[in-house]
Write a protein that binds this ligand. Structure first.
Ligand code: BG6
Length: 477
């Protein structure tokens, strides 16, 4: 028993968290470029444009823009078969509503993809990974505005046409379901360029926004397939399975209800229509959403080829508990409680490798579409020693345990799995907190929370371990 021979081992990143090249190129500002640095207890602030005197970690990231050859060489040394990143929408359309794309931005990705292909590394590309043009968010309200569907579809079409012979694997929106926590502003902002809290009914606003985004995703899938029928175009969701805290029937029912929220976007993207639990909920809550017959046809015509997902943790719900989620960054809900059987990371994320096998089974049974683990990893505080080494056995332990469970899902449960790309394969800026200190990489980058550091790259112990894992197709863990 083993993983398929063409299994896509690799690593994952997102343009806004590592590229830099924000203020010294033709790139426009994205929603991520107006987010300050924070930490586990101090939330990032979304500012009205870039403010003098504030620190925006994404402006430099780890400066991949000027280091891409060096970084890709290191990925190749680890034996990557694929590399997942995103195209910064604002490199192609700096404001988002221009007639013509920006050639400098397009050329940058040509150069990156050529460099990857030189080493036989397949690019796996997310079209929108929290990088909507700031201008679209500010002037149009992001995806609260129907017009944004067309802006996104045009961007997607430009990318599909330009890179049709270089990129085969695509995803539309990263973790489109994060915004289900409409109470924490960071998610609506980064998913959709929207502040749901500004609307009379933030929950209804989230579903309206989500609908336009789902239509945009479906239209892009259809156009992509017309441009190149060999494209494989997936969605991308944050998969955080929700366990009942106890065998109390009310907990079981609650976890099912909470999972509806987690499945919602994926159900529409995989099945091409709204699930009945959602339609019933809209009716029961009196939501009056702008969903046209044309939209329904677009959803039906643009179902995804595979499901890309991130898996970091599970969540546990207790029907008797109640908590405030307006600051929550760990996928928790009003009823979340600690799971006494699992430990958490320094950032409070539950470490649950078996949950990955459970998640793979849940998704495969529900949709019977190929799955792709496009994010998984351990954010931790690493120490670089005087001699340049960095010992990160906790990262190896985390990844090994997850790969073991992933293999069981394939080899025992028969799940159709395309690949595995651990998150932040080279250290980058944390999305939720804006820190450098929360590191995921196999490659250490000398950069600190305050922006100091030489940006020098060095290998951690996990670098050689992962190289061995890839070379043995997951046999030598
Ligand atoms: C996912 C995102 O939510 O988790 C990534 O797709 C993000 O962009 C990753 O970086 C890990 O989160 P964080 O906050 O630890 O960087």
């Amino acid at each position: 028993m083993s993983l398929p021979k063409d299994f896509l081992w690799g690593g994952a990143l997102a343009a806004h968290q590592f590229e830099g090249g924000v203020l010294d190129t033709t790139k426009g500002l994205s929603v991520a470029d107006v987010m300050t640095g924070g930490n586990v207890s101090t939330p990032r602030v979304i500012t009205d444009g870039v403010k003098e005197g504030l620190y925006y970690p994404n402006h430099i990231g780890i400066d991949f823009y000027h280091h891409y050859k060096e970084d890709i060489k290191l990925f190749a040394e680890m034996g990557f078969k694929c590399f997942r990143t995103s195209i910064a929408w604002t490199r192609i359309f700096p404001l988002g509503d221009e007639e013509q794309p920006d050639e400098e931005g397009l050329q940058f990705y040509d150069d990156v993809f050529d460099e990857l292909l030189k080493y036989g590394i397949e690019p796996v590309i997310t079209l929108s990974h929290f990088e909507m043009p700031y201008h679209l968010a500010k002037e149009y309200g992001g995806f609260m505005n129907r017009k944004t569907i067309d802006f996104f579809v045009k961007f997607a079409e430009v990318c599909f046409k330009r890179y049709k012979d270089k990129v085969k694997y695509w995803m539309t929106f990263n973790e489109i379901n994060n915004q289900m926590n409409y109470k924490n502003d960071i998610f609506g902002w980064t998913n959709s360029g929207a502040h749901f809290g500004n609307y009379d009914n933030p929950e209804e606003a989230m579903y309206q926004c989500g609908h336009y985004e789902l239509v945009a995703s479906a239209k892009a899938v259809k156009i992509g397939h017309e441009i190149n029928p060999n494209f494989l175009i997936g969605n991308m969701i944050a998969m955080v399975p929700i366990y009942p805290f106890s065998c109390r029937p009310a907990d079981m029912v609650l976890s099912t209800e909470m999972m509806h929220q987690r499945w919602f976007f994926c159900d529409v993207q995989c099945r091409g229509h709204y699930p009945r639990y959602a339609l019933k909920m809209f009716e029961n809550k009196g939501f009056n959403l702008d969903i046209t017959e044309e939209d329904k046809k677009a959803l039906a015509a643009g179902t995804v080829d595979y499901i890309g997902f991130s898996y970091y943790m599970t969540n546990t719900v207790d029907s008797t508990a109640h908590k405030d989620v307006s600051k929550s960054l760990d996928g928790s809900s009003e009823h979340s409680v600690a799971n006494p059987f699992i430990k958490v990371s320094d950032w409070g994320w539950a470490i649950d490798p078996e949950g990955l096998r459970y998640a793979l089974n849940q998704m495969y049974e529900r949709y019977e579409k190929p799955l792709f683990i496009v994010e998984n990893g351990f954010g931790a505080i690493d120490k670089k020693e005087e001699d340049g080494s960095c010992h990160d056995p906790y990262r190896v332990d985390y990844l090994r345990a997850h790969i073991e469970q992933m293999k069981k899902a394939v080899e025992i449960d028969g799940v159709d799995l395309m690949g595995y790309t651990p998150w932040g394969c080279i250290d980058c800026v944390s999305f939720t907190t804006g820190e450098m200190k929360k590191r995921y990489g196999f490659i250490y980058v000398d950069r600190n929370n305050d922006g100091s550091g030489t940006l020098e790259r060095s290998k951690k112990d996990s670098f050689d371990w992962y190289k061995k894992v890839v070379a043995s197709n997951g046999e030598d863990l």
